[in-house]
Design a protein around this ligand. Sequence first.
Ligand SMILES: C[S@@+](CC[C@H](N)C(=O)[O-])C[C@H]1O[C@@H](n2cnc3c(N)ncnc32)[C@H](O)[C@@H]1O
Length: 194
Amino acid sequence: MLSVHDVNWNSKSTRVLDFACGTGLITRNLQDHVSKILGVDISEKMIEIYNKKFENNDNIHGICTDILSSDFNDEISTDFDVIVIANALHHLGDPKGVLLKLSSYLKPGGHVIVLDFFNCKETHEGRSQLFPKHADHASCMASHIHGFTPEQFEDMFKSIGLSEVVTDTSSWQYEFEKDGEKFYMKYILGHGKK
Ligand SMILES: C[S@@+](CC[C@H](N)C(=O)[O-])C[C@H]1O[C@@H](n2cnc3c(N)ncnc32)[C@H](O)[C@@H]1O
């Protein structure tokens, strides 16, 4: 469960947009605490798996679409209570633009929640063990490829007009062992209110 300051999860009323939902790991965590979840992903395969996974739950539905594209004109409601984007923002070229676009689907007072890699020494080491091919890309790729710092989250969230910005780098980490040595990938959770 994403425990975030000030979000009143309500199984009768909270409506969530799970952006870049993938196969639905976050939706699965939230499903008992909210009333409806719309999953959105650019990959047809992901949405196929997502919809299969939640086929017995009428309150969860996934659609394959690109809401970030400039000619996107599908009807998506603009009064979500919460928008979640997990493990995806660092993949996207313009993270601030993405958050701005996503917040346009939130009702006033709604919450943006981002879970992503915490850009720190431990995450760099962990990722270079797990994904050795990506290890030396740092110099030629955007810095957010390695995740985000609390300062970056705060700047981004505030610059698009979100308030009550909170970041948390201590609650989430993935731990693994390789050749007898322990590695960690640390996560950062960010919250802002529209
Ligand atoms: C690492 S997965 C994370 C999935 C899920 N949020 C989770 O935490 O398990 C990243 C997802 O972002 C999706 N994605 C990438 N670009 C996207 C876009 N422009 N719009 C929607 N989804 C996108 C990919 O298809 C993929 O499913």
